[in-house]
Design a protein around this ligand. Sequence first.
Ligand code: MBD
Ligand code: FE
Length: 275
Amino acid sequence: MTAVHSPTAADSGASASANFRSTAREGVAVSTERVSTVVAAVLQGVHSAIRAHDVTYPEFQAAKQWLMDLGEGAEWPLFLDVFVEHVVEEVAARTQDGTKGSILGPYYLPDQVALPSVCTLPHRPDEAGDPLVFSGRVTDLDGQPLAGAELDIWHADSEGYYSGFAPDIPSGNLRGVVSCDADGRFEITTVQPAPYQIPTDGPTGRMIDAAGWHPWRPAHLHLVVRADGHRPITTQLYFAGGQYVDDDVAEAVKPELVLTPVDQRVTYDFVLERA
Ligand code: MBD
Ligand code: FE
């Protein structure tokens, strides 16, 4: 029996948490002084919000309950990537030249299928959605092509769901690692992604609703672009005129990253700086 069910917060939150735990990370050596400085500043921010807004005991207990729910719902990666990562990226961007970066988000998966410079992303036989052809070139800061540069690309389907995080989508769907040609060029055929809605049935969605905000990100393509000897860039591309481009819940849109589709085609040239 195959149950067709709509994705729930529990599905995507738990998958995002498991995926994050399984990602190999270098142990970061953090000094006592650094921990003290940053943690004290975070706590000060909380303390000043409580004083400024006369936060009450019932509100404090409700916040405690919500934080416990966030952990039990395995939504810490989702919550942090939506509401905090954009500021970490902003700080990292201070020292990055070339193509503008954007947030990684919770739905990256490593080790996807290798594809040639002209390719179609893996998709279901009946994949819904308008066709989209995304082409461009990868160069260095001097405009020299980076032969064999790699575009690690992933995006939501025409309903806004990601393979690996929503049920009933084959693994690797709408994901791939594209090798550019000798001239740094690529041309990727895929489908137009839909805007992404933060699951409304989990703690993050309940907080957004309680605050009267909206839970949407504009439609986007995710990319990590790499080339030997160059600093990789993690970014996202958006579509001019699309819903929520001017009002992303994750505040991750930069004007340089908004593309204008012409006849279901978009182009973007990536520029990488030396490592
Ligand atoms: C997404 O698809 C995403 O890109 C981010 C940053 C957060 C939640 C869902
Ligand atoms: Fe996304």
